[in-house]
Design a protein around this ligand. Structure first.
Ligand SMILES: NC(=O)c1ccc[n+]([C@@H]2O[C@H](COP(=O)([O-])OP(=O)(O)OC[C@H]3O[C@@H](n4cnc5c(N)ncnc54)[C@H](OP(=O)(O)O)[C@@H]3O)[C@@H](O)[C@H]2O)c1
Length: 316
């Protein structure tokens, strides 16, 4: 398939914050892509988009391959931007893709840390993504003209800071330092999901059957604290709240196991998820690949000043 023949894009989970950021640049492209936003049949998620002739809404039953095939009819690319709990349907999604000859490329349900890393399984939170990868790898070989890309972004700092999910708190002027503060972390602005997706759709041959690393900046907590205090814009100094990581993994694992016993399905907002995710980022041996600054795709990444401007736009 030539690059120009990719026009019809189906986005599963388009109504979430990540799906929205993927949809926007596809509709603003010149010419715009034709986007089908797929929702669950019983979805109560508010529709977040203005009317647009290039955007249509389709409801699917994820438990039915037939329903998925109807949504995929005449589509070229599937983007899996759903809540990770939906990844349990990956076998039906991939089978429906295989049986739909127009589908040539799948962007996998990642958009997060390096879930392909050899140690990622230890963190438990990536289990749905890792299982989805295995299903994909097992099935996708049935068609040699069907390809995939996994987009790895690291944490979205501009999305996480206002939600108090990041280690910078603009309200208290504190930066929480987990461990020694030396571990560097590759991180991104939320809109990287749209920029990265466009890069893949415009040059799919450059991204065939592999994970692709996209990050805006790689920095440690100590370097962040210095950066916040260097600025002469801010008259108030920033201080560190240091938290040792000893025992985190076992406490978080216990909480995760309790959630499992309690039948918690949507884990994204649980304490266990946050603790395990934090541990995965701050392990000081880079055990989970949080620093992937040396593998970022060409054309991506910000300079220090640009990063500072974006960061200050969020914390200032
Ligand atoms: N790197 C980061 O910092 C970061 C941050 C957040 C998320 N992510 C990743 O980005 C992807 C999408 O995350 P998101 O925050 O956009 O997801 P989300 O808002 O929880 O879900 C996205 C959409 O999926 C559908 N959905 C399916 N099952 C659902 C369920 N059980 N609960 C809620 N929604 C469900 C909903 O659409 P309908 O109701 O319309 O069907 C929802 O709007 C995930 O892979 C996540 O791991 C990464």
């Amino acid at each position: 398939m030539s690059n120009n023949s990719i026009r019809n894009i189906v986005i599963l989970g388009a109504t979430g914050p990540i799906g929205i950021e993927i949809t926007k640049p596809l509709l603003n492209a010149d010419p715009p892509f034709e986007v089908t936003a797929v929702r669950r049949q019983n979805s109560s998620t508010p529709w977040p988009f203005l009317p647009n002739p290039h955007l249509q809404e389709v409801a699917v039953d994820y438990t039915s391959t037939t329903s998925l095939k109807q949504a995929f009819l005449n589509q070229h690319v599937i983007i899996e931007a759903f809540n990770p709990s939906t990844a349990i349907h990956q076998d039906r999604i991939i089978n429906a893709a295989i049986e739909t000859s127009t589908i040539k490329h799948i962007i996998t349900p990642d958009f997060s840390s390096d879930t392909f890393h050899q140690n990622a399984g230890e963190l438990l939170i990536f289990e749905p993504k890792i299982k989805a990868q295995r299903v994909l790898e097992d099935l996708v070989g049935q068609r040699n003209d069907l390809h995939w890309t996994a987009i790895i972004t690291g944490p979205f700092f501009d999305w996480a800071i206002p939600k108090n999910l990041f280690w910078i708190s603009p309200t208290t002027h504190k930066l929480t330092i987990f461990g020694s503060g030396t571990q560097r972390i590759s991180m991104s602005k939320l809109d990287i999901v749209g920029r990265a997706t466009l890069a893949v759709l415009q040059n799919p041959k450059d991204y065939l059957d592999r994970l692709a690393y996209f990050a805006d900046y790689t920095i440690s907590s100590n370097e962040l604290l210095d950066m916040l205090n260097e600025s002469d814009i801010d008259k108030q100094s920033w201080t560190a709240n240091t938290i040792a990581l000893d025992g985190w993994l076992s406490t978080a694992t216990q909480l995760w196991e309790k959630d499992t016993a309690d039948g918690v399905e949507d884990r994204l907002n649980s304490t266990a998820y946050r603790m395990l995710g934090t541990y995965g980022l701050f392990d000081e041996e880079n055990r989970y690949g949080a620093d992937f600054g040396d593998r970022v795709e060409v054309g991506f990444g910000m300079g220090r000043e640009e990063f500072w401007d974006v960061l200050w736009g969020v914390v200032g």
